[in-house]
Design a protein around this ligand. Structure first.
Ligand SMILES: [Zn+2]
Ligand SMILES: [Zn+2]
Ligand SMILES: [Zn+2]
Length: 67
């Protein structure tokens, strides 16, 4: 963690990875993380990019068609 610039600056931030779901909800891999703010995270990924995604790309496609 010594390489983290924000730690040295004492800036409020998180070392977890913020996962952004299809419905725009966010979830952090750090269980201690209470605020899922994009700005607090250096690592942000879409849930579809990990383990095939938890929301399901098929559902997202259906929603796109329905609307
Ligand atoms: Zn840090
Ligand atoms: Zn998801
Ligand atoms: Zn976090």
């Amino acid at each position: 963690m010594s390489s983290c610039v924000d730690c040295g600056r004492d800036v409020d931030h998180c070392h977890g990875t913020l996962v952004v779901h299809c419905d725009q909800t966010v979830e952090c891999t750090n269980a201690a993380c209470e605020l899922g703010d994009l700005l607090r995270h250096a690592f942000i990924i879409e849930c579809a990019a990990v383990l095939g995604g938890c929301c399901g790309s098929e559902k997202a496609a259906d929603l796109a068609v329905a609307s």
